[in-house]
Design a protein around this ligand. Structure first.
Ligand SMILES: Cc1cc2nc3c(=O)[nH]c(=O)nc-3n(C[C@H](O)[C@H](O)[C@H](O)COP(=O)(O)OP(=O)(O)OC[C@H]3O[C@@H](n4cnc5c(N)ncnc54)[C@H](O)[C@@H]3O)c2cc1C
Length: 403
């Protein structure tokens, strides 16, 4: 049986290892920490569960298929989660005035009717510039900005339009957006089922490992963060390592708060917060209005961070709780007392989807190496369903080249 090594057992490493094992490869999966899952994990508290990072996958066909083959009964969102808020003085379902909406449509529609190509991002264009060009200043500030910050954790003035919107304009067949998907016990459920399946398929999972790629033979998948991949490949693949080193990382923090009683003024998925109000929070997820039966008391998850706000992660727990209590009062107008909380500080955890990454990925694609395959959230898809897609694609490619 052909041997493959996978380094890094986050969602990327776990899913590519699964697909390779299913194709008949003997897989060694190396993980430097004492657990698998990487950014994915769920804490169980007396008041309900708290996700450490991601709270769900986009419900694509591949994601549904994965849940099915792992035997996880998927939990889908509640009806209340269909409502989403954007902050503009208060949380609103639609943040633009009538006149601004007319301005937004007046700019967007003629371009859209003229064909998709009119809206295609230009090379080296930021999301902000793209927005000002195609949807106008108000929709850019109050809709595009907060929405993209909520996913990429950074301001749109630095984000690359080509990387983020480019896939919409590619000819590749796209999965339809059909909501979200998670396990009954949260994302840890998914991680546990993935690990159980890997063991069933005899994948050698090596925790607390500090493997050197130079000591491995045969195809190698490096499925760590960009920064960790740069360090790992320094000696064996110096050119690739130099390119990976250029990828800037950004930090995020997720803070789950359990309250003595629910706020009922805003019942929905959550609220996204634009820049320009002097608020540090990027958004809030109203967990109890998203998924049913996973908590004993009402809880929310607040997301903060980004390259401009790295220092927030150095604040103490009590400083963070005070900051969020103040912002929560300003945003939602509520001050319920707190029963419990969980803070997860993710230092340098996410790639910064900026113009520098756009350029680096162009060069990385040219830097092909026979036995080396890169995987992870810096290669064009930051979300889990995109990572899953890449796992399938890589396993297919490795099977074709080495099977
Ligand atoms: C707060 C937050 C909220 C998010 N919400 C969502 C969401 O709701 N939906 C969604 O789809 N996505 C979400 N994301 C993004 C998503 O969670 C990540 O992009 C994804 O989990 C990354 O998976 P990965 O396997 O690429 O990387 P990681 O999870 O970082 O895994 C990399 C693994 O490699 C290991 N490693 C590192 N160096 C080495 C080494 N030298 N040797 C061996 N192992 C090594 C690490 O320990 C880790 O286990 C969120 C992210 C954050 C931070």
């Amino acid at each position: 049986m052909k041997k493959v090594s996978v380094i890094g057992a986050g969602f990327a490493g776990l899913t590519v290892a699964l697909r390779l094992a299913q194709k008949g490869f003997e897989v060694d999966l190396y993980e430097s920490s004492s657990r698998v899952g990487g950014l994915l994990g769920t804490d169980v508290t007396d008041y309900g569960i708290a996700e450490r990072a991601a709270n769900a996958l986009i419900c694509t066909e591949k994601a549904v298929g994965l849940f099915k083959e792992l035997g996880i009964t998927p939990v889908t969102p509640l009806q209340t989660s269909k409502k989403r808020f954007l902050f503009r003085e208060t949380p609103r379902a639609w943040p633009l005035s009538f006149v601004e909406t007319v301005g937004f449509l007046g700019r967007l529609l003629p371009r859209a009717l003229g064909g998709k190509k009119n809206l295609k991002p230009r090379d080296n264009e930021t999301l902000q510039t793209w927005g000002l060009r195609n949807i106008g200043p108000h929709a850019t500030q109050y809709i595009l900005g907060p929405a993209m910050q909520g996913i990429y954790g950074n301001e749109i003035s630095g984000l690359s339009a080509g990387l983020i919107l480019g896939p919409i304009f590619s000819k590749k067949k796209k999965d339809k957006y059909k909501g979200l998907l998670t396990g009954p016990y949260g994302m840890q459920d998914l991680v546990d089922h993935l690990l159980a399946k890997l063991k069933e398929l005899n994948v050698n999972v090596r925790l607390n490992s500090s493997v050197d790629p130079k000591t491995l033979s045969g195809p190698l998948v490096v499925a760590t963060s960009a920064q960790a991949a740069a360090n790992l490949l320094k000696a064996s693949h110096p050119d690739t390592s130099e390119l990976l080193k250029r990828i800037r990382m950004s930090s995020l923090m997720s803070v789950t708060l359990f309250f003595s009683k629910p706020q009922t003024s805003y019942q929905g998925f959550g609220c996204l917060i634009p820049r320009g109000y002097g608020l540090k929070s990027l958004g809030v997820l109203m967990n109890s209005y998203i998924f049913k039966g996973r908590d004993k008391t009402y809880n929310e998850t607040w997301i903060l961070g980004g390259v401009e706000e790295e220092a927030l992660l150095d604040l103490s727990d009590s400083e963070i709780l005070t900051l969020i209590a103040e912002e929560r009062h300003r945003i939602l107008g509520h001050k319920e007392s707190l029963l419990d909380y969980r803070i997860n500080r993710w230092k340098n955890a996410l790639p910064y989807y900026d113009l520098q990454l756009e350029e680096t990925l162009r060069k990385l694609n040219r830097e092909a190496s026979k036995d080396l395959y890169l995987h992870g959230n810096y290669l064009g898809g930051i979300g889990l369903s995109k990572i899953l897609e890449r796992s399938d694609m890589l396993a297919e490619e490795i099977a074709n080249q080495h099977g």
